[in-house]
Design a protein around this ligand. Structure first.
Ligand code: 5CU
Length: 372
């Protein structure tokens, strides 16, 4: 029996050009050298280098896993992953000066496609958009993407052009993405206002922003897209939601019910939340539990849920300084964050091996057209 194809749709890279940009900066996001002989540190999250976050050493060590595609391939081999759809990691190009953003986006998308070419049957990509620039520049970049053989969409944060993803100014962007069949990979970065987590938040490291802030940010962003009618105007637009859609699978019924009971919100020809979930939305399976995978499959359909790893984030802690190397220096150790997601998928589908295999790879190959 042949081995099913395993596809990782949620796996990040900071190409060398992007790392150089981060190294040239002094405010978040940036890369800085701290202790001589130790890896540089990547500081990306809002407020991550503020004095109140000193209980967690600022940022995370950045090693080859973040920028060297050979390290990504080694990770894939260790974990039995055949194909990865790589994407720039947060905060993408959001912080760039509007004048330089379009040319940097062009170069980075070319870099990403060229990186994929080095392992042609194993790598595809979600490109990046110069979101700080004018809408025309974004549309121009989207229109270029189909000429890149490996490009299947764009990774985007929740900020849009500065006013979120329900901003009508984004309509030309959505129109271009729909027309070019480029999927939005919607990914969080900004989390929730820090006040939500209270005065003791720093004692808990990154746990609250990453475990709760990230998914809630995604949930709010996609809910705003639904409420503003993005999917009514662009019925063929496809969006892959990071982290199994945040809490949307669990809260979709409540969202739909609140819509139906709101006297002040009566949009014409509105498509229901469940319809959008099952038609436009795809969910990754980066949720670390059987319950989460089941909820994702129940909400969007098991034929729209796809395996992911979030590599290079969440490496085994004991390897923090070695960036994935085991004590003897070999790069062969499996990551708990990955094995947990594999187990969640197998446990969620039990005897239904065909469905597990679809989530592990078949869905991604079909929905993202992962053939050259
Ligand atoms: O650990 C982190 O900060 C992150 C991050 O910034 N982005 C991501 O995708 N996963 C984890």
């Amino acid at each position: 029996m042949s081995k099913p194809t395993i596809v990782d749709v949620h796996t990040h890279v900071y190409p060398p050009r992007y790392v150089s940009i981060l190294k040239s900066r002094r405010t978040v996001p940036y890369v800085r050298d701290t202790v001589p002989g130790q890896p540089s540190r990547l500081i990306i999250l809002p407020g991550e280098d503020s004095p109140s976050s000193q209980t967690t050493a600022a940022g995370r060590p950045i090693g080859p896993e973040y920028y060297d595609i050979n390290a990504k391939i080694a990770f894939m081999d260790t974990h039995g992953i055949d194909i990865s759809v790589i994407s720039l990691a947060n905060p993408w190009l959001d912080f760039l000066d509007p004048h330089e953003a379009p040319s940097i986006a062009r170069s980075l998308n070319e870099d990403l496609n060229n990186i994929c070419k080095t392992y042609p049957s194993r790598l595809f990509a979600f490109g990046a958009l110069p979101l700080s620039a004018a809408t025309d520049a974004l549309v121009d970049e989207i229109d270029r993407l189909p000429s890149f053989a490996h490009m299947r969409g764009v990774i985007m944060g929740t900020g849009g052009l500065g006013n979120g993803l329900d901003d009508p100014s984004l309509d030309p962007v959505y129109r271009a993405l729909e027309a070019t069949q480029m999927t939005i990979f919607l990914h969080p970065h900004y989390g929730l206002p820090k006040e939500v987590f209270g005065p003791r938040a720093a004692e808990y490291g990154h746990v609250l922003p990453l475990a709760l802030g990230f998914p809630l940010e995604t949930t709010v962003a996609v809910s705003r897209m639904i409420l503003s009618g993005v999917f009514d105007r662009f019925p063929k637009l496809t969006v892959l939601l990071a982290h199994s859609g945040g809490t949307l699978p669990f809260l979709a019924g409540r969202l739909e019910s609140c819509i139906m009971h709101d006297a002040h919100y009566r949009p014409e020809g509105r498509r229901g939340v469940w319809d959008v979930l099952r038609t436009n939305i795809m969910l990754d399976a980066v949720v670390y539990s059987e319950l989460g995978v089941r909820a994702a499959a129940a909400a969007s359909g098991a034929d729209r849920v796809m395996f992911g790893t979030d590599h290079p984030f969440f490496p085994p802690l004991e390897n923090e300084n070695a960036q994935g190397e085991s004590a003897d220096g070999k790069k062969s150790e499996k990551w708990l964050s990955v094995t947990t997601n594999y187990k969640a998928i197998h446990d969620a589908f039990g005897e239904d091996k065909a469905q597990a295999e679809a989530v592990l790879g078949g869905n991604a190959v079909r929905l993202l057209r992962l053939t050259l």
